[in-house]
Design a protein around this ligand. Structure first.
Ligand SMILES: [Zn+2]
Length: 102
């Protein structure tokens, strides 16, 4: 059965595509195949703008650790999350994992 995209996933794809991240990169971030990402972008008309990302840019992509959307320019310096909402959610979900490790 085909998994349906959530609104959140679509937003993530749109945001990443807008910054010209390649389909393969977006797929890896969101756990989708590059072909899935590609067909969504084409169907929804998510267009890329600006220059292609270099390898280094992809490796150091300033993405929110929780929602994987690109961080806003103003927050990029050392920030891990795009918003307090994401930070709170991430810590809440990872607290259990960290408790087991320690
Ligand atoms: Zn976020």
């Amino acid at each position: 059965m085909r998994r349906t995209m959530t609104e959140q996933q679509l937003e993530q794809i749109a945001a990443l595509r807008r910054e010209n991240y390649p389909y393969s990169f977006i797929g890896r971030e969101l756990g989708l195949s590059p072909n899935t990402v590609k067909s969504i972008c084409q169907r929804k008309g998510f267009a890329a703008s600006g220059a292609r990302k270099t390898k280094a840019e992809k490796q150091n992509a300033p993405l929110c650790r929780y929602c994987h959307k690109p961080l806003p320019e103003t927050k990029r310096r050392g920030a891990l999350f795009c918003s307090d909402y994401c930070r709170t959610k991430w810590y809440r979900e990872n607290r259990k994992v960290m408790a087991i490790r320690t």
